[in-house]
Design a protein around this ligand. Sequence first.
Ligand code: SAM
Length: 331
Amino acid sequence: MSQLLDTYGRSIDYLRISITDHCNLNCFYCTPFGGRSMFPHAEILSYEEIIKATEAAVLAGISKVRITGGEPLLRREMIRLCRMLANIQDLKSLALTTNGILLEEMAEPLFDAGIRRINVSLDTLKPERFRKITGSDLLSRVLAGIKKAEEVGLHPIKINTVVMRGINDDEVEDLACLTLKKPYHVRFIELMPTDGWANGDHESLFVPVKEIVKLIKHIDESRLGPAADSFGPARLCTLPGGKGKVGFIAPMTRHFCGSCNRLRLTADGKLRTCLFSKEEIDIKGPLRSGASMEELAGIFRTAADGKPAGHYLQKTDGRKMFGRAMHAIGG
Ligand code: SAM
């Protein structure tokens, strides 16, 4: 297997693939000004195109893939795609990020198709709050989905919570305590100033990890480990007597650019070299005009070469940097 190194010596082995920009939730911090505009279906990569792109990525040196969206479970026949991805030789790990709404019915087929690791986004355990954040009353479905995922053997189940001041910061302790009884990883993430918010002002909602840590009894920031593995920039710890882990991800105050190992493929076939950069490299055109596998692998190498050393979010207005809304990137 070849290794994909960028110009700063980082090994790029992880590809996040967004398979749709549609979503069944409407989280206010993920919704762009003026609402969402969706790609027409013809603009979206077909499953066969996604497979070809992934095979080329693997040829270039990618060994881990995460499926994301929009909400990936919404795309028709996505289990067929999972099965095809799981069959790609030399792809060592296949994971999924979901909001969990459709997980109860999909967990078993996902497992059967070869998915082993899932992340579920969950910002609150309170139904009323869930409605405020997401615009939907479906918290109970997310919780049922997490339970089912555990029953079918998906492991580890990572729960991702974006912490926002005055919105859900008073639930950090309760969410962390889920790890006392369950082997989940509950990871708290700093809010990012993404492109075009429908509501809200980043500065007033932002809670730095330093402060999030203090919201949990028995944790002291100095005891947190380094980022655990190349999938997750989370710094982890275990609560006393806990079965799972509590993690903290600080894209704003302690960015992990120095160890960034990822590229992103958007649903409309653009390769992004950094979450916070507008730079995109088209792969849909070459895919549709019959580029060879070696030519497509070359596009991944070019993308790795173009990865910036880091992002400059602290110094610049992030909203100008993303170039598109988060639901159209995949997180
Ligand atoms: N629908 C899937 C889900 O909910 O996990 C996948 C796509 S969603 C865009 C991926 C992640 O991005 C979610 O965990 C969401 O909370 C996160 N996200 C979106 N906007 C964000 C922001 N402004 N700051 C931090 N995380 C954000």
